[in-house]
Design a protein around this ligand. Structure first.
Ligand code: ADP
Length: 345
């Protein structure tokens, strides 16, 4: 086959493909391959074009064994690392090399592995503590009533921590599952905020804080899932209580329905503002990542799982809303949630 015909043939394929002749020179490439490795490869020795030893070995093996050989090609495009699965197949004296982009799959695999490692780490800490106390209670502290009471209290605390983590994990996976399903209900958002704040009053009181609600006179209805919106604002107000300044005030404000550019339509904005120490700017873009915490020690000490804002983000996305955080160090944090009031397209 003439190189021209080969080029026409491989140009019809979605994968990046290169054909190397029996003289080891590049005989044909298609457009996806040029996008990947650059222009002007025709006629060059394949070593010049493909510098990675794994591919060069695969070419040799494919020639010797007259069989297709697979290999991995690691590249870099712009500022991201890429991974390709390469099949090197002998074809009538030529070698056909095709590159399948596996970057997204590799990335998803990496995310999954990181997630499992994080969950295991989060569970291991309370488990280790529990096992330690069980051992002490069965041995050294067996007949020490005071120690037993103290240890049981700590054990309850650790077990509660694990329960919260498992609850948040289940919640996150449920929320991710139905992120593409439009919520069906209609929610009176002012009433919902009132009941969330009421439910958190004991927590606020024990932190010596007050939570106040500012809302318009008219009721505002939002298309949404009542349970999930309760979860969003519970998480946000709880964070404001946890990370706000003791003795300070948390203000939740609901704006009247209005046109919002970011929603390209009508919506309402809810802001949860605290007077805590705030969040350094470089942490803000990462707060909604699972297990991301500004100060892990502090978060764990006050019972945080590091999953709250990840859950919030998914629920707000499901409602086609917008979530953002604004914070000045030393002056507190303002968390904004924009929710569309129109059912949308
Ligand atoms: P956590 O369970 O640790 O509270 P979240 O996902 O709810 O997890 O929040 C992630 C991190 O964001 C927290 O660990 C904390 O460092 C930071 N954060 C959240 N809300 C606030 C706030 N209102 N003020 C200061 N920091 C906050």
């Amino acid at each position: 086959m003439m190189p021209k015909d080969m080029a026409a043939l491989i140009n019809a394929l979605p994968l990046a493909v290169m054909v190397v002749g029996d003289d080891d020179r590049v005989r044909a490439v298609n457009a996806p391959l040029e996008a990947m490795l650059g222009q002007n490869l025709l006629g060059k020795h394949h070593i010049t074009a493909l510098r990675q030893p794994a591919i060069l070995d695969a070419i040799m093996l494919a020639r010797e064994g007259a069989m297709p050989v697979t290999a991995q090609y690691m590249g870099r495009e712009g500022d991201r690392d890429t991974t390709y699965r390469v099949v090197v197949a002998p074809a009538d004296g030529n070698i056909v090399i095709s590159f399948e982009d596996r970057t997204a799959t590799e990335y998803a695999g990496q995310m999954r592995r990181d997630f499992v490692a994080n969950v295991s780490h989060e569970l291991r800490t309370p488990l280790t503590a529990l096992l330690g106390f069980i051992e002490t209670l069965g041995g050294a502290a067996r007949n020490d009533d005071a120690a037993r009471d103290r240890f049981l209290a700590i054990m309850t605390h650790e077990a509660n921590r694990m329960t919260r983590l498992v609850d948040d994990l289940l919640s996150l996976s449920r929320v991710e599952d139905d992120e593409r399903v439009r919520p069906r209900g209609q929610v009176d958002i002012g009433e919902l905020l009132e009941s969330v704040i009421k439910g958190l009053e004991p927590q606020a009181a024990s932190a010596d804080m007050t939570v106040t609600l500012e809302q318009p006179d008219q009721n505002v209805m939002v298309p949404g899932d009542h349970g999930q919106l309760v979860q969003v604002f519970t998480n946000l107000v709880e964070n404001a209580i946890k990370y706000g300044a003791s003795g300070g005030n948390v203000v939740v404000s609901l704006s009247p329905q209005a046109m919002h550019q970011r929603l390209r339509g009508e919506g309402v904005e809810i802001v949860v503002a605290d007077q805590g120490e705030g969040i350094p700017a470089h942490h803000i873009p990462r707060l909604t990542e699972r297990f991301y915490r500004v100060d892990s020690h502090r978060s764990r000490a006050i019972g945080g799982t590091g999953l709250g804002l990840a859950i919030v983000k998914h629920i707000v996305n499901r409602h086609r809303g917008r979530f953002s955080v604004e914070s000045k160090q030393g002056q507190g944090t303002r968390v904004h949630v924009l929710l569309p009031t129109e059912p949308g397209l």
